[in-house]
Design a protein. Structure first.
Lengths: 353, 198
């Protein structure tokens, strides 16, 4: 399996760290599309947009943004990262991504996720208490819709009977549906059982923290009769590819600290991640993909060895990294990192075969 | 003129390079970012036969006596131990059995522990804190715990541990800064006044 590299964004609207100016949604949309164009030009394999329903993000409808990106790009695959499936209508999700697939000539993908933010549940009238059930049932429904039209789906607590309805348009090819897993053993097992590719999110922590998650995923896949060695796994993490080891850390840290405030609570409020903690995450055994091109190559090879991942998707603009630096990182990932990692993984697979 | 605080780390781990030492080093490094300190380390498993065979304080040799003395006169004590058989290691307790009963009274003590999993995290509250409550020490409110999975070697890779240390140290920072401005050893006037009053 060729190794794939990609860039993702959440389309955050964050005030500029030095000027304090908050970019307009229009400006961020233009910048997001420019990121997709550059990612395509430098030969990256995937561009992803994550779904967030808040005023400090522009991407509540990733398929719309990806559709615009499709018109501006040539070969890059376009994915949601993630689609918060539990608060969506699986019929509409399928229609949206089938449409994207037609617009992009077969480049659409999605990562179905439970979502790490919960705003969409009350927004669309769902109970957060049903979070797990909603996701499970809608994923099953989506897979049934993908498998045939009409779908062999009788409906259940949160979905309708679809056996006598026509769901169109149909995509160019089978729409790839990945499942976003944050590390909970239960989601890894259920994803493995379905034989679906797993998009493994690693926010912070040791690079090998998901060994058990991946083992459980593969075991569940193989017990359910899937070819567990060839079910793709991707690693989705934060990072920045810099001109040097130090430059990468210095550029990424101030923005990452801002972005992380909301995810790094102490006593109920956001707390700045200390630089020392960040540097530990950037070290050889930490999860962050930040550093020089060579450091990123080395850590991607570590991820490949540890988990057998064949795709790495990196969020390089988190916390409002200025566009210029963000694009520079996308470019280095495509031109300096990707060719080496693809060749090295291919060489190792040839040796193993 | 402020002075550097004498910080003494007592490490209850038997290992030369220990996770407990790694976590304690993270605490002292974070503290060093905030105020001037000098750090001294006491590894209770490396104090030798006069210590391990001591039934009472008089049995230890001069080197060990100096280490116990350093703990007693420290400005700040970092009490760090791995969880061993559901508590601090025996050697760690043996060390504090030899420390003078009143030497730690009102002394800032930072509690640090490591364990095989988070199931042991309350060892700080249920084992370490009562020990220093006996000494009437001023244990800081937040204890610092990390499990084996939080480490690469002796480097902590759990972001929350870093944030917790920053938060816990900031709780007591004003008092520690005040301590750097006092010179108890160079304040004979104050001592004389107390002496005269009694």
């Amino acid at each position: 399996m060729p190794f794939e590299l990609g860039a993702i964004t959440f389309g955050e609207i964050t005030s500029d760290l030095t000027t304090g100016v908050t970019p307009s949604p229009q400006q961020r949309m233009a910048e997001t599309l420019e990121q997709a164009v550059v990612a395509d030009e430098v030969g990256l394999d995937v561009f992803g947009v994550g779904e967030h329903h808040r005023s400090d993000f522009i991407a509540s409808a990733p398929h719309m943004i990806l559709s615009a990106a499709a018109a501006l790009t040539r070969a890059i695959r376009l994915t949601s990262s993630v689609t918060v499936l539990g608060s969506e209508d699986p019929v509409r999700v399928f229609q949206n991504f089938s449409t994207l697939d037609l617009v992009s000539n077969g480049r659409a993908e999605m990562i179905a996720g439970r979502g790490s933010y919960s705003e969409s549940f009350p927004l669309f009238g769902y109970e957060l208490d049903d979070y797990a059930d909603l996701f499970r049932e809608k994923l099953d429904a989506l897979l049934a819709i993908r498998a045939s039209n009409p779908a062999q789906w009788a409906g259940s607590a949160h979905t309708n009977d679809l056996r006598r309805v026509d769901i169109a348009p149909r995509p160019v090819r089978d729409l790839p549906v990945w499942v976003g897993v944050g590390g909970s053993p239960a989601s890894a097992v259920s994803t493995g059982r379905l034989g679906l590719p797993m998009a493994l999110a690693l926010l912070l922590g040791p690079v090998d923290q998901h060994l058990r998650t991946v083992a459980m995923y593969r075991q569940a896949a193989s017990e359910a009769g899937h070819d567990s060695q060839h079910t793709p796994i991707s690693i989705n993490t934060h990072g920045y590819v810099g001109s040097s080891s130090q430059q990468a850390r210095d550029v990424m840290f101030p923005y990452f600290r801002i972005g992380m405030r909301e995810n790094n609570h102490q006593r109920g409020t956001g707390f700045d991640i200390p630089r020392r903690a960040f540097d530990a995450q950037a070290s050889e055994h930490g999860g962050l993909l930040v550093g020089s091109s060579q450091e990123i190559i080395d850590k991607l090879m570590t991820y490949h060895e540890l988990y057998g991942v064949t795709r790495a998707v990196i969020q390089m603009g988190f916390g409002g990294v200025p566009q210029k630096e963000h694009l520079a990182s996308i470019e280095r990932l495509g031109t300096e990192v990707a060719p080496v990692v693809r060749a090295e993984v291919a060489r190792r697979e040839q040796v193993a075969a | 003129m402020s002075r550097a605080l004498e910080v003494v780390v007592v490490n209850g781990s038997p290992n030369e390079r220990s996770k407990t030492g790694g976590l304690a080093d993270l605490v002292t490094a974070t503290l060093a970012d905030l105020l001037p300190i000098e750090v001294h380390h006491v590894g209770v498993h490396r104090l030798g036969a006069s210590f391990t065979g001591a039934v009472q304080r008089e049995d230890v040799d001069a080197a060990v006596e100096a280490e116990i003395g350093a703990v007693e006169t420290a400005d700040v004590l970092v009490a760090a131990t791995p969880v061993y058989r559901a508590s601090y290691s025996g050697m760690f307790k043996h060390f504090f059995d030899l420390v003078d009963q009143y030497a730690l009274a009102n002394k800032p003590v930072i509690l640090v522990a490591t364990g095989g999993s988070d199931r042991h995290a309350l060892v700080i509250e249920h084992e370490l804190r009562p020990l220093f409550a006996f000494f009437q020490a001023a244990t800081i409110p937040v204890g610092f715990y990390a499990n084996a999975g939080d480490f690469d070697g002796t480097t902590v890779l759990n972001n929350e541990v870093y944030s917790r240390i920053e938060m816990g140290l900031h709780d007591v920072l004003p008092a520690l800064i005040r301590a750097t401005e006092e010179r108890p050893d160079a304040d004979p006037d104050l001592r004389d006044q107390h002496g005269a009053a009694t």
